[in-house]
Design a protein around this ligand. Structure first.
Ligand code: G
Ligand code: G
Ligand code: MN
Ligand code: NA
Length: 252
């Protein structure tokens, strides 16, 4: 309850911020995408992980205004970076299940894209596989509406849920993000499932990003397996905007 009250104030008091993590071409190392990740600096408790406060925000419904702030701020930052050589790159934000029940979300996103003169194809929404499994036809209809506007959709943490095949058919998805649980087991038991996900994704015409890549061996395996994009500490940690620009901007 304490967190819930504090979170309500966090939005108004500028305690929330975004860090940005690079997604790169597995072969060339070139930047291909940027994932925005929410951070909360609590005035007395210090940094609180989204793994802790996002569930609280979901329960209270606060995730709707917070999620909107994330979309607005990520797009504002991305637009400000446009002169920095990030052409062909898109910005990804995480969407919580509650936000897929927000009927006003498409109108909100339209307004944000309009404000920043941003093509819809530059914004990717990440939805976790487990979230999708709870989804109703209504949420699927909402995601379909967003995709029809030209936004990109990614399935986050892919491979840990159960109903993969069924919803891959139902949803207009662009990208699968292989869960880091599998990447962690490369070399080893993670190899077979990674290869299988890549084969299926490519058969379906989907792009693939492997998450949580931490070692050279994982990077090498994924390149040989034909995984076109990777993300993880091996490449870069999520960084505050200034540090991200220094590392990845045209003048870097
Ligand atoms: O960045 P980090 O590993 O601390 O994130 C922990 C979890 O919080 C991850 O599951 C991530 O997807 C989630 N998360 C990070 N930022 C956001 C956000 O803006 N919205 C939602 N819904 N989840 C987020
Ligand atoms: O659920 P989602 O995939 O959005 O969560 C991303 C989370 O994973 C972020 O909190 C980010 O900080 C974390 N992360 C990103 N790269 C790595 C990595 O290489 N290793 C580990 N352990 N965590 C990572
Ligand atoms: Mn994500
Ligand atoms: Na993930």
């Amino acid at each position: 309850l304490r967190l819930q009250t504090d979170l309500r104030r966090a939005l108004e008091h500028d305690e929330l911020s975004l860090h940005y993590q690079a997604q790169v071409d597995t072969c060339t190392g070139a930047l291909t995408g940027i994932e925005a990740l929410l951070r909360w600096e609590h005035p007395t408790l210090g940094a609180i992980s989204p793994a802790t406060f996002v569930p609280v925000a979901e329960e209270s419904g606060l995730i709707v205004p917070i999620g909107r702030w994330v979309i607005g701020e990520a797009c504002r930052q991305f637009a400000a970076w446009r002169q920095e050589g990030f052409d062909g790159v898109c910005i990804a934000v995480n969407l919580s299940v509650r936000q897929t029940r927000d009927e006003q979300l498409p109108a909100f996103i339209d307004a944000v894209l309009d404000t920043h003169a941003m093509p819809p194809g530059c914004l990717e929404l990440e939805i976790t596989e487990s979230v999708l499994m709870e989804q109703t036809d209504l949420a699927i209809a909402l995601l379909t509406r967003l995709r029809a506007r030209g936004l990109r959709l990614a399935i986050d943490d892919f491979g840990t849920g159960y109903s993969s095949m069924a919803y891959l058919q139902r949803l207009p998805i662009d990208t699968l993000k292989i869960d880091m649980a599998f990447v962690r087991e490369i070399p080893g038991d993670g190899e077979a499932i990674t290869t299988a996900i890549l084969a299926m994704a490519h058969q379906l015409g989907l792009g693939v990003v492997a998450e949580g890549v931490e070692t050279q061996a994982q990077h090498d395996f994924l390149r040989e397996a034909g995984c076109e994009q990777i993300q993880g500490y091996r490449i870069a940690r999520p960084l505050p905007p200034e540090a991200f620009l220094l590392r990845w901007g045209a003048r870097a």
